[in-house]
Design a protein around this ligand. Structure first.
Ligand SMILES: NC(=O)c1ccc[n+]([C@@H]2O[C@H](COP(=O)([O-])OP(=O)(O)OC[C@H]3O[C@@H](n4cnc5c(N)ncnc54)[C@H](O)[C@@H]3O)[C@@H](O)[C@H]2O)c1
Length: 336
């Protein structure tokens, strides 16, 4: 039985990973998962509690990846065969207001995980480490630029993306220096169930539902590539199982959209007026465009995104409608 440590899986992407990947029949016989999360404002244990309590192959521990001593004890007690690191401070706006915690969690926390992983790798050559990273490490594109490829130079522009790029560099260095079997995935903007309502799509759903103004940065002309969270997680799992160690894999949604178009679409689908749109002062250092070339993951692993933006947005809206108590609970928790 393989024993995998999953960090940050009470958050948005990780909780979807637990629901869709960990409990798949193909995983039940072969894998045990230990889910670790510090339960910050973005981590909500009830998002995964039922499935953790029901599944024999899942357990949960509340822990902070900044605590190297606690991590070391956990690694020695469980002797993990692999790690997938989702844990991070993930919101660009917060990184502009309070950058230090981004360095502590995203860089030093990753370093702690790498050091613990190295200890286990020394007695288990099959050990694998996967770092979940982001397209934001590549910086910003002009309209005419080609999409990012894995060898595009890293040019992070926000404290968030700088912290993620730093972590990627550490992961690379542990592969190059110590031969730690490490891999990196870089993904575009995710959307779907269980996303804390501060990022574009859930924030717009929240405000539109409540009929309060929808803040749009600048002129709303920024462009992102959007991927439904399950597509991302299938990509992470494929890379973890079959990717070549030492490699980076881009994962994209094949769905470039202008922010303002998304906001208008959400309003239309919820039957609300565009008069609710409120243009606000642009984010400092706001990246104009991200776009992902994921042909490497397609060719090497046979992975490609399956959910169209239109369908993914429908599924997301349905989920928020059916789980409004979750939305109110996480908002209340973070306001305390
Ligand atoms: N959301 C996106 O669009 C996107 C896109 C590409 C990559 N990513 C990356 O995917 C990962 C998950 O993103 P998300 O959107 O689910 O983020 P999220 O903010 O929803 O969740 C992060 C989780 O990490 C936990 N966490 C934070 N600090 C911690 C610490 N010190 N120790 C242990 N746990 C801690 C939080 O409690 C939370 O459960 C991140 O690494 C992020 O950089 C996100």
């Amino acid at each position: 039985m393989k024993k995998i440590l999953l960090t940050g899986c009470a958050g948005f992407i990780g909780s979807n990973f637990v629901h869709k990947i960990c409990t798949a029949d193909s995983c039940l016989e072969e894998y045990q998962f230990v889910i670790l999360d510090a339960l910050t404002y973005a981590g909500h244990y009830p998002s995964i509690q039922k499935v953790v309590e029901k599944s024999k192959n899942l357990s949960f521990v509340k822990m902070d990846i900044r605590d190297g001593h606690a991590l070391k004890e956990l690694f020695l007690a469980h002797r993990f065969t692999g790690v997938i690191n989702f844990a991070a401070e993930s919101h660009v706006d917060r990184s502009i207001d309070s950058p230090n915690i981004f360095i502590e969690t995203n860089v030093l926390g990753t370093l702690n995980l790498l050091n613990c992983s190295l200890e286990l790798f020394r007695s288990n050559p099959d050990f694998r480490y996967l770092q979940v990273s982001t397209d934001e490490v590549y910086g910003s594109l002009k309209l005419s630029d080609p999409a990012f490829i894995e060898t595009t130079n890293l040019s992070p522009n926000s404290p968030y993306s700088a912290s993620k790029a730093s972590a990627d560099m550490l992961v690379r260095s542990y592969y190059k220096t110590f031969k730690l079997p490490a891999l990196i995935t870089r993904c575009s903007n995710n959307y779907g169930p269980f996303q804390y309502p501060e990022k574009l799509i859930p924030l717009m759903i929240y405000n539109a539902t409540k009929s309060i103004p929808l803040p749009v940065y600048g002129t709303g002309s920024n462009i992102r590539d959007w991927i439904f969270v399950d597509d991302h997680n299938h990509g992470v799992w494929e890379v973890f199982k079959k990717g070549r160690v030492g490699e980076v894999y881009n994962l994209g949604g094949d769905s470039e959209m202008v922010n303002l178009e998304i906001v208008k679409l959400v309003l239309k689908k919820l039957g609300k007026s565009e008069n609710l749109i409120q243009f606000v002062t642009d984010r400092l250092g706001h990246d104009f465009r991200y776009a992902m070339n994921f042909s490497k993951a397609k060719q090497d692993l046979g992975w490609s995104p399956k959910v169209s933006f239109e369908h993914g947005l429908e599924k997301t809206l349905e989920w928020y409608k059916a789980n409004w108590d979750w939305v109110e609970t996480v908002k209340l928790k973070s306001s305390k």
